[in-house]
Design a protein around this ligand. Structure first.
Ligand SMILES: [Zn+2]
Length: 276
């Protein structure tokens, strides 16, 4: 239902999905393009409407974005995309790329990339949309630019008592704990990223690093790669910069966790059910 055939269009503004008035269960599936154009007529030329091919099908995803400075019409709502993702996924913790959540994340990733790729990164000319594929094309130097995807790792660390290490990051909501995550550096293997981030952020050494799953995480442009590993040495020492607190938790005393639809929650649920 995220194709042109359905008429549904996703609208984004900054970190939020913009929804027309009403609270039906279908409200995350997009709305009519005519409604968008009528309601945001004053936002042109900053209203960016675009189409992208869906993955693994002939359908097309329709999406649009407006600048963060744009005021919304009365009764329209801005809902954080991460919140929409949790609502769409429900308690299905495993991400499914082909469904509504996949279409939405693809559209959201593309919307941000289009905002950041208006000009050629090589010569500074204004980019055009390539006619033959989903890419930007510089009319002056011919450089093509594709949506940037930045690999990041997230890891559930388990100790010999079958406890999991969960940490509170300064950016998290009060009281929430999650897994250790970080970006892959140029020239680094993913396994090395896992070991480095864990050592930097909580001061421990790990072994048996094993890949589990991946998920697009366009906040702003990551591909999140989920790993598990075992505690190998040293005691927890939060870095105090990103990580304020980190502890071993058993299954019976878990703190508030990240929402469904995230790799972190998926990995935590795997461990909780004894599947890691
Ligand atoms: Zn150029």
């Amino acid at each position: 239902m995220c194709s042109v055939d359905s008429g549904g269009i996703f609208l984004f503004q900054g970190l939020a999905m913009i929804l027309p008035p009403g609270d039906s269960e279908d409200r995350f599936r997009g709305f009519r393009r005519e409604l968008l154009e009528a309601s945001f007529a004053d936002a042109r030329p900053d209203l960016d409407i675009f189409e992208i091919p869906a993955l693994n099908s002939s359908a097309t995803i329709l999406a649009a974005s407006i600048p963060v400075s744009q005021a919304l019409p009365a009764a329209w709502q801005a809902v954080p995309v991460r919140q929409v993702l949790s609502a769409v996924c429900g308690e299905k913790t495993r991400y499914s790329g082909g469904g509504l959540s996949g279409c939405m994340l693809r559209a959201y990733h593309a919307a941000q990339w289009r905002r950041d790729s208006r000009f050629c990164g090589c010569c500074g000319e204004k980019n055009t949309d390539a006619p033959d594929e989903f890419a930007r094309l510089c009319p002056a130097c011919g450089r093509r630019e594709y949506p940037r995807i930045s690999p990041a790792v997230i890891t559930i660390i388990i100790n010999d008592r079958d406890e999991a290490l969960l940490a509170h990051n300064k950016k998290f909501l009060q009281g929430m704990y999650s897994l250790i995550a970080g970006f892959n550096e140029a020239g680094e293997s993913l396994e090395d990223t896992v070991a480095r981030e864990i050592l930097e952020e909580v001061g421990i050494e790990v072994r048996d690093i094993r890949y589990i799953t991946s998920q697009p995480w366009p906040f702003p442009n990551s591909l999140m790669l989920g790993f598990t590993c075992r505690h190998a040495g040293r005691s927890i020492r939060p870095d105090g910069i990103e990580i304020e607190d980190a502890r071993w938790f058993n299954r019976d005393n878990l703190p508030p966790l990240p929402g469904y639809g995230s790799v972190s929650r998926y990995l935590i649920e795997l461990w909780r059910k004894g599947n890691l």
